[in-house]
Design a protein around this ligand. Structure first.
Ligand code: KIV
Length: 269
C-alpha cells in the first residue's frame, strides 16, 4: 500500500504520481489494477454522486461511508478523505471528524483553507493524522468566491497564497493540493517545498502529483467542463474501456504529458 513516505520519495526522485477521486469499491478496484497511486474521496461526491448543486450538504458520515467502500476495493493506493463543509470549524470538530474518516480507512485527511488552519493542522498532526491542505479554488467557499474561478491571478494574490502554504507547512501539513491557479504559481510552490508533495488540479504540469474528478476524466460530466480536464475515455473502446482510461491517465501523469498546455492556466505573475 502506498504511504506518505512513498509520495515523499517520489518527489525526491522526480517521479510524478497520479490521483483520482473515487467513491465506490468497483471503481476503486479498477484503479488498483491500473496502479493509480492515490485516491481522494472528495466531497465532490455531493455533486457527482448525490446530484447536489455544491459540496456544502455533504456530511462526515457520507465521507466515512464512501471511504470504507473505497478501502475495501483498493489495497494499493494512498487514500485521502475530505473533511466536508464546517466539519473542522473548531479543533474538537476537526478531531472528531478526522477520527471518523480515519477509522473508516483514510490514511490522510484533506481540509480547505490557508494560514488560519495552522493550529488545526498542528493539533491533527500531533494526534497522528496526516493533513493535506487544499488551497487556491476551494469549493467549500464557492459563495465567498462567487463561482468556480481561477485564483491568485496577480502577483500580490499569488504571494498571499504562498504565505498561506508556508504557514500550514510550518504547522505540519504533509501534502498541499492546489486547485485552479496559474501554472507559474503551481511551479513556484512545488519548488519552494522540497519535502512536501504538491498535488495539482488546474495548477500546471510542474506539481508533483495530479488529481482529477473521476467522472470528469471519464467524460461523464455534462454541461460545463473545466479547462483543466482531459477526457481519457475518448481513446478507449470495448469491455475494458474504463480500466484502460485509468491506465492511460496514470501513464500520462507519470510521463508528464498530462496536463498539456491547453489544460493549464498561463498567467504571467
Ligand atoms: O472534492 C474533490 O473532489 C476535490 C478535488 C476537486 C481536488 O477536492
Amino acid at each position: 500500500m502506498i504511504s506518505l513516505s512513498d509520495l515523499r520519495r517520489y518527489k525526491a526522485e522526480g517521479r510524478k504520481f497520479s490521483c483520482l477521486t473515487c467513491y465506490d469499491a468497483s471503481m476503486a478496484k479498477a484503479m488498483e489494477i491500473a496502479e493509480v497511486d492515490s485516491i481522494l474521496i472528495g466531497d465532490s461526491l455531493g455533486m457527482s454522486i448525490q446530484g447536489r448543486d455544491s459540496t456544502l450538504p455533504v456530511t462526515v458520515e457520507d465521507m466515512a461511508y464512501h471511504t470504507a467502500a473505497v478501502r475495501r476495493g483498493n489495497q494499493h493506493a494512498l487514500i485521502m478523505t475530505d473533511l466536508p463543509f464546517m466539519s473542522y470549524a473548531t479543533l474538537n470538530d476537526a478531531l472528531q471528524s478526522s477520527k471518523t474518516v480515519m477509522q473508516a480507512g483514510a490514511q490522510m485527511v484533506k481540509m480547505e483553507g490557508g494560514a488560519w488552519l495552522a493550529e488545526t493542522v498542528q493539533v491533527l498532526t500531533r494526534n497522528g493524522i496526516p493533513v493535506c491542505v487544499h488551497l487556491g479554488l476551494t469549493p467549500q467557499s464557492v459563495h465567498v468566491f462567487g463561482g468556480y474561478k481561477l485564483q491568485a491571478r496577480t502577483r500580490e494574490a499569488a504571494d498571499q497564497l504562498i504565505a498561506d502554504c508556508k504557514a500550514v507547512v510550518e504547522a505540519g501539513a504533509a501534502v498541499l493540493l492546489l486547485e485552479c491557479v496559474p501554472a507559474q504559481l503551481g511551479q513556484e510552490i512545488t519548488e519552494l517545498f522540497p519535502h512536501i508533495p504538491v498535488i495539482g488540479i488546474g495548477a500546471g504540469a510542474a506539481t508533483d502529483g495530479q488529481v482529477l474528478v473521476v467522472q470528469d476524466m471519464l467524460g461523464l460530466t455534462f454541461g460545463h467542463t473545466a479547462k483543466f480536464v482531459r477526457n481519457f475515455m475518448k481513446e478507449q473502446s470495448g469491455a475494458t474501456a474504463i480500466l484502460d482510461a485509468f491506465k492511460a491517465y496514470h501513464a500520462a501523469v507519470l510521463d508528464g504529458s498530462f496536463p498539456a498546455p491547453e489544460q493549464t492556466f498561463q498567467v504571467e505573475l
